[in-house]
Design a protein around this ligand. Structure first.
Ligand SMILES: C[S@@+](CC[C@H](N)C(=O)[O-])C[C@H]1O[C@@H](n2cnc3c(N)ncnc32)[C@H](O)[C@@H]1O
Length: 292
């Protein structure tokens, strides 16, 4: 019996999966490009002049390249858990831009000191993390007190057609699990990030067949690697039954839809951390009046 929850994602497998996808990633990552562009537009909502920017789960660095055009004076730290993604990002970085720094690290253990980052941005990475409270606590640690966090991730309606088609065939874990917008909002508050603003957008991509959708997911490293997935090859019969179930979504134009629920969030600042209660009390010198 596998003791891990069915939707658990093993970090090593996540990074290996994205390692394999790194070379061709940008050719296939249309959703990531669209959502990344949206995230950039959202930065215009607030006046920011960041000097230290961290792009977490930066992939091949497309968003970071746009940020370096936007904030020319800023240092940009391009962080990803996949070494091959970081190598691809460094190869694509414009030679003229010396303020980009490439860091292979986990979002839950960032190699930055406390209160040092002005802007933390993360496009479609958080859905790959099991422990969102730990990641947000890490974001809160590295952000300056007035630092900004902008992110996008995926919500539970993502790939609902694929999930429902599989559910009509068996009870296995065939599609990654996605948290609700409110879970993200609650986790931000618990991490001490103040006034979170959240919203949701729904996008639909269409495919001629399900295999084309699955190929796209594989090419961007986003196929199913949950702990509860079947380790043996899914039987041909089950796969055909899933394909047949998906047919009910086929549009009059002859195309199959795949829905993506995109969750956006941002916070502007963090709560002041109170000293731990077991810390020694601050010593205040007291002047005694001589009563005699
Ligand atoms: C869907 S891609 C998005 C890449 C990029 N942000 C973009 O917009 O194209 C997700 C990226 O997050 C990275 N990633 C996943 N889990 C991570 C973690 N725990 N820490 C850092 N990066 C992570 C993956 O390696 C991958 O490059």
């Amino acid at each position: 019996m596998n003791p891990l929850p069915p939707n658990y994602l093993d970090k090593r497998q996540v990074s290996q999966s994205f390692d394999r996808a790194a070379l061709a990633y940008e050719l296939w990552a249309s959703l990531q490009k669209m959502v990344g562009d949206d995230l950039l537009e959202r930065l215009e909502w607030v006046k920011l002049t960041p000097r230290q920017i961290v792009d977490v789960g930066a992939g091949t660095g497309r968003l970071s390249r746009a940020l370096s055009q936007h904030y020319k004076k800023a240092d940009i730290y391009i962080v990803d858990i996949s070494e091959k993604m970081i190598i691809a990002a460094s190869k694509k970085a414009p030679r003229w831009f010396s303020k980009q720094h490439f860091v292979c690290a986990d979002a839950a253990q960032l190699p930055f000191i406390d209160d040092s980052v002005d802007l933390l941005i993360s496009n479609l990475m958080l859905q790959w993390c099991n422990d969102i409270p730990a990641v947000f606590a890490e974001f809160a640690r590295v952000l300056k007190p007035d630092g900004a966090l902008f992110f996008s991730t995926l919500g539970p309606d993502t790939l609902k057609e694929l999930r429902q088609s599989w559910a009509s065939v068996d009870n296995g874990s065939h599609v990654n699990h996605f948290l609700d917008m409110h879970d993200y909002g609650d986790a931000l508050l618990r991490a001490g990030l103040i006034n979170p603003v959240m919203d949701v957008d729904r996008l639909q991509f269409t495919y001629t067949d399900v295999k084309q959708l699955m190929k796209t997911l594989k090419q961007i490293g986003a196929h199913n690697i949950t702990a509860g997935r079947s380790r043996s090859l899914t039987g041909k019969g089950k796969f055909q039954a899933m394909l047949a179930a998906y047919e009910k979504y086929r549009s009059p134009e002859g195309l199959l839809p795949a829905t993506y629920e995109v969750v956006y969030g941002h916070t502007l600042g963090k709560r002041k951390i109170e000293p731990a209660s077991d810390a020694p009390p601050a010593a205040v010198p007291i002047k005694w009046k001589n009563k005699s």
